[in-house]
Ligand binder design. Structure first.
Ligand SMILES: Cc1cc2nc3c(=O)[nH]c(=O)nc-3n(C[C@H](O)[C@H](O)[C@H](O)COP(=O)(O)OP(=O)(O)OC[C@H]3O[C@@H](n4cnc5c(N)ncnc54)[C@H](O)[C@@H]3O)c2cc1C
Length: 445
């Protein structure tokens, strides 16, 4: 039988591997639709470096699912998930603690609710077992997250093309292009080679010195031992590079060679390059600027860079141990693997970033399984929705080295007539997303 064309002999049964955020959402969605679900979770038999309990749906770090304000990208995502009947979002609201506009939750109450909801569901069997081999022949959703166990990682690798797994994320901040001062930055590639693909922020000597001072004195997050190994993968944070000598950034990611500032006719002292990240050119990434500074400190320090004084950063930098597939080369639009149509991925392993994004991808993977079972083609949500924009970004072929992504307005296709006012622009994005989501929901009934 050709690889990837396997039939499911057990009707309506799905194996969900991983009882985290994505796996629990997928399991509940499927079980509610009459599927019989086997959910394999390795804790407590084996644990990960970040989890602390044996509960399902454990949050490994912060206790917030981010904003619920409708004019934010995370709020818009939640509105879409509500429309789709997201189970974990509604459990999160039951575990809510005061957090202003943010959906902050009591982690323990939340994971206890998830565990109880899953374990009491008549269509879900929970098996506390480490899955070490991906079986073929049954519909499977793999949702084992950024800390997938090594044995299963090895098994997954066999299904992927060209070293299709990444083990660390080295996220450099992304900037909304319409917040960059176009009077200061200039478009060019080094030595004029190829198209003028980069936006270059030029720094003179004083500006460079001030930037290095701010960088070295900025607050850093505490780095876990299992994250430090990322440095050896060529993912050195800029503050570590800077600490090795004041000139080191100028000979590293901020080197100005091959570039001339048209305003001065000279090579700048140092340069920060921005490279296009989305098909529509709405979002640009800061090249080589992976960092472990605290989020607040990042925005403050990076706004010292000429051209970025008013920059909006929908994604800030981070460096983590992570496991995610090279989605553009391995994942289909319905979240199944190109090499095995019976195997779907969900959660952080797809290359999305964040709690709610992981939940969302679990929901989509479940809907995709349902469609396949019914013999219907699954068309993912449109790109104008937050969910569709995220899924489309994951598979964007222009990303030669994709890095995990959270939802943000920069992923959405531009508006036909964008209002000048920032708030109105966001509202216009959200309204369009709502309309498109409503249309899509009709098609998947
Ligand atoms: C240290 C760390 C901190 C993070 N902090 C945040 C944060 O503050 N906010 C945020 O939005 N995102 C954060 N993330 C990113 C991400 O949102 C979370 O990791 C999120 O939990 C991912 O959801 P998931 O369902 O993909 O994986 P998980 O929630 O990790 O679930 C995967 C599950 O699979 C199980 N599993 C693994 N291997 C096997 C196996 N072989 N067999 C059976 N079960 C297995 C694991 O035990 C786990 O329960 C963080 C990630 C890490 C690693």
């Amino acid at each position: 039988m050709p690889r990837g064309e396997l039939t499911d002999s057990q009707s309506g049964r799905v194996h969900v591997i991983g009882g985290g955020l994505a796996g629990c959402e997928a399991a509940l969605q499927l079980a509610d639709r009459g599927f019989r679900v086997r959910l394999s979770e390795m804790r407590p038999v084996r644990t990960t470096p970040a989890h602390r309990s044996e509960r399902l749906g454990e949050l490994v770090c912060s206790n917030t699912f981010k904003s619920e304000r409708p004019d934010t990208s995370s709020g818009a995502l939640k509105a879409e998930l509500d429309r789709l009947g997201c189970r974990l979002l509604s459990l999160a609201r039951q575990a809510r603690v005061p957090g202003g506009h943010a959906l902050a939750i009591d982690r323990e109450v939340f994971s206890a609710l998830v565990t109880q909801t899953i374990e009491s569901h008549p269509a879900i069997e929970v098996h506390r077992e480490e899955v070490t081999e991906l079986e073929v022949g049954e519909m499977t959703i793999l949702a084992t997250g950024p800390l997938t166990s090594p044995a299963l990682t090895e098994s997954l690798e066999k299904w992927l093309e060209n070293d299709g797994l990444f083990f660390y994320d080295a996220i450099a901040p992304s900037v909304m292009v319409d917040s960059v001062d176009q009077d200061i930055v200039f478009r060019a590639s080094r030595y004029g080679k190829g198209e003028a693909d980069y936006l270059n922020c030029p720094l003179n000597k004083d500006e460079y010195e001030r930037f290095v001072d701010a960088l070295l004195s900025a607050e850093q997050v505490e780095v876990k031992d299992f994250d430090k190994a990322a440095y050896f993968q060529g993912c050195m944070p800029i503050e570590i590079i800077a600490s090795r000598g004041r000139e080191s950034l100028r000979f590293g990611p901020m080197r100005p060679v091959g570039l001339e500032d048209p305003r001065t006719g000279r090579r700048p002292w140092a340069v920060v390059q921005l490279r296009q990240e989305t098909r529509d050119g709405t979002l640009y990434g800061m090249v080589g600027f992976q960092t472990q500074l605290k989020y607040g400190a990042q925005a403050e320090v990076f706004r010292l860079i000429p051209g970025l004084a008013g920059a909006e950063f929908p994604r800030l930098g981070s460096l983590h141990r992570n496991l995610f597939v090279d989605a553009p080369r391995n994942l289909r639009a319905d979240l199944s693997l190109k090499s095995n149509s019976q195997l779907w991925l969900a959660g952080q392993i797809t290359g999305c970033e964040g709690y709610m994004e992981s939940v969302a991808s679990g929901l989509v993977a479940a809907l995709s399984v349902v469609h396949r079972w019914q013999g219907r083609q699954f068309l993912p949500p449109p790109r104008e929705t937050m969910l569709g924009a995220l899924l489309s970004y994951l598979r964007d072929q222009t990303n030669s080295r994709p890095q995990p992504m959270n939802v943000n307005f920069g992923l959405l296709p531009p508006l036909d007539e964008p209002p000048r006012n920032k708030l109105q622009r966001k509202q216009a994005y959200v309204e369009r997303a709502g309309r498109r989501m409503a249309e899509w929901v009709e098609t998947i009934q």
